[in-house]
Design a protein. Structure first.
Length: 304
């Protein structure tokens, strides 16, 4: 009896085998391979055809899986729709064409010069992919670069217009995605680079266009170097004076997205009509849960 009492009073050592190891936080453990081979943030300093996706923090990997799967299904349907339209409706702005040509030249130089094996694996394009994951440099954001020649503004507008339709072509699940923001051109996050890039984009869009209203939509994340009002005023002055500013309901929206050291630009005439590209407006999570509950109704418990 005395031995048993001594064992009960004896404290357990810290390194004892009976101590349970601390649980590791594995929120994105099973999705780690998806974000492992993403491209570097520096590749966005001069790029085109970007879709910026916003989601909940620490749910980036799940959102990547969701977006790539859902958006890849819309690509063939979008191509069929574009093929039926006239060539004049799908012409690209000259600024985007010049950016794409410069990207191709840079890729050729990189192949000739040769880079390190680790860098080539991350930066070199892989054939057959529709979307490439790029590091945005901040939490709650995902960058998807389109591997095709489609215009991101036209593509995202088509997807959201289909989701807004009462009878969409595809019935998809959008659980983690909040907003899809298309970016036609990206540059370094500095006022001089933004002015240069926006000048080419705005001049091509507003060329020979009837007087309309416009607004500058500015968002900044993980960046304190650029002043919001200065950037908005800089971009607004580039628009011809024939067009008037309308902050409440502009017919044309000039999108300026600043995240870390990169600034993305795009111009859309459907920004307001498509609820600012908010996916949750057309595919809310509550509606998805309600559909699942209707398919699997809870069983009634009889009380005795």
């Amino acid at each position: 009896a005395g031995m048993e009492n001594d064992n009960k009073k004896r404290p357990i050592e810290a390194n004892s085998s009976s101590e349970r190891p601390a649980k590791k936080r594995g929120g994105q453990k099973k999705f780690g391979g998806i974000l492992k081979n993403k491209r570097k943030h520096s590749s966005l300093l001069e790029s085109t055809r970007i879709i910026l996706v916003s989601c909940d923090q620490f749910r980036e990997a799940q959102c990547v899986t969701e977006c790539i799967y859902n958006l890849s299904q819309w690509v063939p349907l979008y191509r069929e729709t574009i093929a039926s339209t006239t060539k004049a409706d799908v012409t690209k702005p000259q600024a985007i064409v010049e950016k794409e040509e410069s990207e191709e030249k840079e890729k050729e130089k990189e192949k000739k010069e040769g880079e390190r094996e680790s860098e080539s694996e991350e930066d070199a394009p892989r054939s057959g992919k529709l979307f490439y994951v790029v590091d945005p440099g901040t939490r709650g954001l995902i960058c998807l670069q389109m591997g095709t020649e489609e215009d991101p503004v036209s593509f995202v507008s088509y997807v959201l217009s289909q989701l807004a339709s009462p009878t969409p072509a595809l019935n998809q699940r959008w659980k983690h995605t909040h907003r899809l923001t298309p970016l036609q051109v990206t540059c370094e996050a500095s006022l001089s680079k933004i002015k240069e890039t926006a000048q080419n984009l705005i001049s091509d869009f507003f060329k020979d266009r009837e007087p309309t209203t416009f607004g500058v939509v500015y968002r900044s994340r993980n960046n304190t170097d650029i002043n919001r009002l200065e950037c908005i005023d800089l971009v607004a002055k580039l628009v011809p004076s024939v067009h008037k500013v309308d902050l409440k309901n502009p017919q044309v929206a000039i999108i300026v997205e600043v995240f870390k050291s990169v600034c993305g630009l795009a111009i859309s005439s459907q920004f307001m009509s498509l609820q600012k590209f908010n996916v949750r407006t057309y595919a809310p999570v509550k509606q998805y849960k309600k559909e699942q509950d209707d398919l699997n109704p809870p069983t009634e418990i009889k009380q005795e």
